[in-house]
Structure formats: C-alpha cells, structure tokens
Design a protein around this ligand. Structure first.
Ligand code: NAI
Length: 720
C-alpha cells in the first residue's frame, strides 16, 4: 500500500493503495503510513524522507465512508480518527529528520494536512490537480491539524477564506498563496528538488516548533508569531469579526462547521501547537458527529458520486452513445441544451422556425464560451471547436440521423405533438425522442409518438449551463432501453440525473410549488411578508417564497394551477391560484413586469410592494420566525414523502439530491427526505400533526411516516 525504498540515504514513501481507486486515509492506510514512517525514523542511515504517490493523485483525503461509519457512533470513535492523524502528522515534524511532500497530484483534506506537517512542500505543476481543505463543504473541519498549521503558515487573513470556503486551487495558485513552497515541471524534477532540499536542510524546524534546550527534543513553541498579526491584535480582531459576520450571513447558523473553524483558529492560535491540536480535535468531534455532517456526506458526497456513476441505470442495458443530438426550439432552454451537448463534444443540430431564431440560440453558446474565457476557463480554440459542433437550421431534414432529439418548443401540447411527428422520423434507428417539458405529463405527450417506448422526459433546469441537475422522466410506456440511453447521455454531458416516474409537475416542480404556495398561504393569513421572506432565507433557501414566485412569474403560476383546476386535480380555492391571481389581475406579473409581490424600482434594491398590505391586511398577532420556517420546510418534506409513496420518486437519494440541486432545498438537512432523520422521525411526526391541527391537513403525516415512527426508522426504503 505504501512502497518504501531508499535512494541516496533518503527514504521514499510512495502511496499506492490497491484497495481503493484513490489514495485515502483510512483504518488500513493510516497504520501502514505510520509504520513506514517509523521505519525511516528508526533507520540511522536515513537522513531524510520524501512522501509521494505512484497514482495520478497524491492523497485524496480521509476516507469518507470511514467518517460516515463513525458519525452514528460514540464520539470517542470519531476522536480516534483525529487522534490517529494527529499522532502520525505530529511525528513527521518532530522526528528530527527533514520530511518533504512531493505532491505529484491532487492533495485534499487529510492529504493536504499531511503536506502541511511536512517541512517542505513541492508540487508537480499539473493544472488538473487540486489542492485544498474542502472539509467545510461536507459539514466537517480539517481534523488533522489543518486549522492550526495553515493560519500559522499563511496568517489568518489568507488562511480563513481557504478554511471557511473550502476553496480548492491549482498547484500554481497554491504556490501563489503560499500553500506550497515550490513547483516542479516533471516527476523527476519533483524528486530531485526534494533531495536537494533535504540535503540543504538536515535539521529543519517548523516555525511553530523549537528544540528543548535540556532534552534536545522538538516541542511546540509558546507565543508563536502569526504572520499578519496575532489573534488579539487589532488586525486579528478585525479579521475575526468580519469572518464571523460573513459566516452568519451565509449560513444563518444552520451549518455548525464554519463557526467551529473560527473557534479552532481563535482558540488554537493562542496556545502552542500541541494544545492547539487538542482543541481542534474537540471541535472536529463536535461537528463530525452532527446530523449536518452525516447528511452532507451521505447525500452530497457519497450519494452524488453514486448517482453520477449511474446507480439508476437499468442493469442489463448495453451501453449507448449519442454522437448527434437534435434540439427543437432555440429559446432559453434549447440554446442551453445545445451548448451543454457541444461542450461535451456532441454534434448538435439546433432547429427553430427560422434560421435567424436558431442562430440567436447559437449566440447564447458564443456568449457563455466568451465569458468563460474571460474568467480563465477554456481557450479560444476549444470555444471554436464547441461552436463548430452546433449547426443551426429551420429544416427538419437536417435532423436526419440524430441519435437523440430533445424538444424544447413552447409549452403547448398541440405544438409539441406536431414537432414530435415532424422530427421523430428523422431519428437514427433505435434513436430516442425526449421532451424538456416542465409541466405536461410525458405519457400524454408520448401519444404523438410512433414509438412511445423510445419517448422520455429530459427536464433541464435554467440556466442550463449552470444547473447540474436533469430530471429524467419515465412515461408509462418508456422502455428500460430509453432510460439507459437517456442516462448515458446525461452522464456524457457531465450532468447529474435523477429518475422519476411520470406525474403532474413530476417531482421537482411539484414539490417546489409547495414552497411558493405555502408562502402565499401565509400571506393570505395576514403574516407579514417580510417575516415570510426572512423565514425562507433563515431556513436555508436561496430566496424567499414570494421573491421566487416573482421570478417564476405570477401569470405562469396561475396558468399552471389553472390547468390543474381544468383537469380536476385542484379546485378554485387553491391558494396559489387565488393569491397570485389577485396580483395578476392588477397587472403585476412578477419580476418580468417589474411588479409582483415586490416592487422593482429602477436602480434600487427590490422591496416588498407596500400595496400588498391593502390586499392582504396584516393579522393582529404574528407567528414566530421558527414557526414560519417550520411550515415552509415541513410542507415540502411532506409533499416529497407523498411523491415517494406514489412512486413518483423511486429512491431517497434521488429525492434528496433532486431537492438540493433543483430548487435549493437546504443541504444541511441532507435533502427533502433526509430532513426527517435530521429532525428525528418521532419529532417529525408529532410536529407535523401539530401543524396539521393548526393549519390544515396538508401537514398531516402519511401512513408510511407513522409506521416508520413506530419502528423508529428514519430511512425511506422502496417498497417494490
Ligand atoms: P422559449 O420561449 O424561450 O423558447 C421556445 C422556442 O421554441 C422559441 O425559440 C420558438 O421560436 C421555438 N419554436 C416554436 N415552435 C417551433 C417549431 N415548430 N420548431 C422549432 N422551434 C419552435 O421557451 P423555453 O423557456 O426555452 O422553454 C421551452 C420548453 O422548456 C418548454 O416546454 C418549457 O416548459 C420547458 N422548460 C422551461 C424552463 C424554463 O425555466 N424556462 C425550465 C425547464 C423546462
């Protein structure tokens, strides 16, 4: 697992784990690493140590499965993870021999913390490699000394953003920031530079260490000078208050890790490194055993990886490949879909009613590619190559031979039927036809198709170039082949799929609508709109329910609920229909008309429209923010549970990932179904009952929830 060789009196410890695709720190590799290091410390012939890897990456970090196994256990188990890392890393810097990290590729989390414990860091200048401490994004903090060594090395002002945002940078950027000391152009140079450094520095000391005069041992220094100023200096105080304010604004107190990182740095920098590491370990255990860390690791790391790898793909379907895709409609969505295909190297035929309209759609790609170049992403050559793959047309004949055609014309059943019948015959043999509809049931649209088994929904989100999720909708007749085909395509364009069964609004639109609708219900009851909006943001949503309704546009909300009323799924007492309808009747259509629940004065920040109070007078007594937050969250969770029970959503993972990526359901909960575990199943059911008694049966817990509460289960298992 860790190869050991001696070259010119230097021990080279080279990581090459066979039990996992990447080198990770876990119960097997940590003891092996420690043993290899000990061998080098003990060998009197060895005058220095180089740590490197034989894989493409250096060390990708701690094994998150190991962390997750321990989140549910006794905190003592978690403390052991941190204690093991600290013992190994602290020995590196106090053994008396020079140790150099020869960082040949990606070094993240615990992998980079190992580098921080080395006396010198040299990285291979590979633009694909990333370096950083991303723990915070998983609800954790660096528990292997990262919160202590980085600020002691760089100063707090430079270190805090890296720790609090979990920013990952290229080796070049890491060099510029001081996170590494040197760059090398080849693996050979990397090792040679490491040898040279060891030869020139036979007895190095970390800046936070000193040699004890009596014993000669290396120990932590008291009163270490922190670059840029100590914690209690005026600079330190300023950095800290700004950091805390930023964290509170961003997290609204929902994510414990950033505040714990600030405490680690604040408390740790006032004592010597050994005591500082104990402080860090205590905070590490505190955050690592929270439900927030569990949810983030489970959903946003391990879960997302599984979904991206294709966990939902029908097992026996042979691999498929889309080389040429047709996109019907070069509007907002169609142009984004053509862009996503082209940057993945797929030829895209973009068809609209006129070539000019199609060209306008292609210009969207031009603009996005240009902006990316300005931001240092991509080159003009790559942009040209992508653009050359987009062919604009008004002639259906140009679609001939497409493996996949995605329609993104206006949301109109008749028009969609017409374009399906026109374009479908142009498909290559065994080609698949997809609709990007956001509201029309797929099985109904498939009636226009000659091959409904090859008809599927591919629901992209706007703006397509930024939104990672695609909701793949399986109609009544959609075959496993078509599903596998669609999933292979989503993977090729590097997006994340969730698979849902056909239903009104599918999964994402259906549940998202309950957020806006509950916001409007609160308004109708006379709750202060400012309170409603703040509660939404405090709950962790990117925007309040009224602001997001304005963004969707109020006439569209009315139109969609109107359609449901026509179909008999809703009646005219529907809150959203009534509330949004009142504003639409006044010509307030939302953000697009610069008038909705909000007023949008030219050149000023938007604010709640004062006239709203006349339509929905404020009630005499106002609920607490907590109560409003609860209503907004529980309403969505209960609708998600119903989707799960009805089979619209198939797995807890799809529900969780979809909720976070589609409409910004707060990730600290682990997602819309994991929320139940976040608050505890028994608590969820009793609170939902209380809300139902107070505000209506939409909050009543379902049978599944009651059964789960009885058994004390908080995970949703598919029944079939
Ligand atoms: P859009 O109005 O921006 O674009 C529609 C385009 O279709 C127009 O360029 C129009 O000229 C073209 N078109 C009309 N008839 C055509 C025909 N016979 N052949 C070829 N092109 C034709 O609409 P948008 O927003 O791009 O939406 C398209 C579809 O995507 C709709 O079904 C919508 O519900 C769905 N959708 C929209 C989302 C959004 O955020 N706007 C999100 C997800 C799905």
């Amino acid at each position: 697992m860790i190869n050991y060789r001696i070259d010119r009196n230097v021990a080279i410890l080279s990581w090459n784990m066979t039990s996992s695709p990447m080198n990770v720190l876990n119960d097997d590799s940590i003891p092996a690493f420690e043993a290899a290091l000990q061998r080098a410390y003990d060998d009197p012939e060895v005058k220095g140590i180089i740590i490197t890897s034989e894989k493409n990456e250096f060390i990708a970090g701690a094994d998150l499965k190991m962390i997750l196994r321990n989140t549910d256990k006794d905190p003592a188990e978690m403390l052991k993870v941190s204690a093991d890392l600290n013992r190994v890393f602290r020995a590196i810097e106090t053994s008396g021999k020079p140790v150099v990290a020869a960082i040949n590729g990606t070094a993240l989390g615990g992998g980079y913390e190992a580098c921080l414990a080395c006396h010198h860091r040299i990285a291979l200048d590979n633009p694909k490699a990333i370096i950083g401490l991303p723990e915070v994004t998983l609800g954790l903090l660096p528990g292997g000394g990262g919160t202590q060594r980085l600020p002691r090395m760089l100063g707090m002002e430079a270190a805090l953003p890296l720790l609090l945002e979990g920013k990952r940078v290229s080796p070049k950027e890491a060099r510029a920031l001081g996170m590494i000391d040197d760059l090398a152009v080849s693996r050979e140079e990397l090792l040679e530079k490491a040898f040279a450094w060891i030869n020139a520095n036979p007895e190095p000391l970390q800046p936070w260490d000193e040699r004890d005069r009596k014993t000669g041992r290396i120990v932590g220094k008291e009163n270490v000078k922190v670059p840029g100023g100590a914690v209690q200096s005026p600079v330190g105080a300023r950095v800290f208050s700004a950091g805390t304010a930023m964290v509170m604004e961003k997290t609204r107190g929902n994510y414990p890790a950033p505040l714990a990182i600030l405490s680690c740095v604040y408390e740790g920098l006032q004592v010597n490194i050994d005591r500082a590491l104990v402080i860090e370990a205590r905070y590490f255990v505190k955050v690592a055993t929270t439900k927030v860390a569990k949810g983030l690791i489970q959903t946003m790391f391990l879960g997302l990886n599984e979904v991206n790898k294709g966990i939902s793909r029908p097992k026996n379907s042979p691999p498929t490949e889309v080389r040429k895709v047709g996109v019907l409609g070069a509007g907002m969505m169609g142009s984004g879909i053509a862009y996503a295909a082209a940057i993945a190297g797929i030829e895209a035929v973009l068809k609209d009613v006129t070539v000019e309209a199609a060209e306008k759609g292609k210009n969207y790609s031009r603009t996005v590619l240009q902006k990316n170049i300005e931001r240092g992403k991509g080159t003009p050559e790559k942009a040209e190559a992508a653009l050359s793959l987009i062919k604009t047309t008004a002639d259906a004949e140009d679609l001939r031979g497409c493996d996949l055609i995605i329609e993104a014309v206006f949301e109109n059943r008749e028009l969609k039927a017409q374009v399906t019948q026109e374009a479908e015959p142009m498909l290559a043999e065994a080609g698949v036809f997809a609709s990007n509809t956001s509201t029309l049931p797929i099985s109904g649209l498939a009636q226009a198709s000659a091959k409904p088994e090859n008809f599927i929904g591919l629901h992209f989100f706007s703006p397509v170039d930024k939104m990672q999720l695609v909701e793949v909708i399986v109609g009544k007749q959609t075959s496993d082949y078509a599903l596998a085909f669609a999933l292979d395509f989503v993977k090729k364009i590097r997006k994340t799929p969730i698979v849902v069964n056909d239903s009104r609004g599918f999964y994402t639109s259906r549940v998202f609508t309950t957020y806006t609708s509950e916001g409007m219900a609160l308004l109708k009851e006379g709750v202060n709109p400012v309170l409603i909006e703040n509660a939404g943001k405090n709950a962790g949503f990117p925007v309040g329910p009224l602001a997001v309704s304005d963004e969707v546009s109020l006439d569209l909300i009315c139109k969609i609920s109107g359609q449901s009323i026509e179909d008999g799924a809703l009646d005219e007492t529907d809150t959203a229909y009534q509330v949004a309808g009142k504003l639409v009747a006044l010509g307030r259509l939302g953000k697009k008309s610069k008038a909705g629940f909000y007023a949008y004065p030219e050149g000023e920040k938007k604010h709640i429209w004062p006239g709203l109070q006349e339509i929905f007078p404020l009630a005499d007594s106002q609920p607490s923010v907590e109560e409003v937050k609860k209503r907004l969250l529980y309403r969505q969770v209960l609708e998600t549970v119903r989707c799960f029970e009805e089979g619209v959503i198939r797995t807890q993972l799809d529900a969780d990932i979809g909720s976070i990526l589609a409409w910004g359901f707060p990730s600290y909960t682990g997602g819309a179904l994991s929320f139940v575990d976040y608050v505890g199943i028994a608590n969820f059911v009793s609170e939902a009952d209380r809300l139902a008694d107070a505000y209506g049966d939409r909050f009543r817990p379902t049978q599944t929830l009651r059964e789960m509460a009885e058994k004390g289960k908080s995970r949703f298992e598919p029944t079939n």
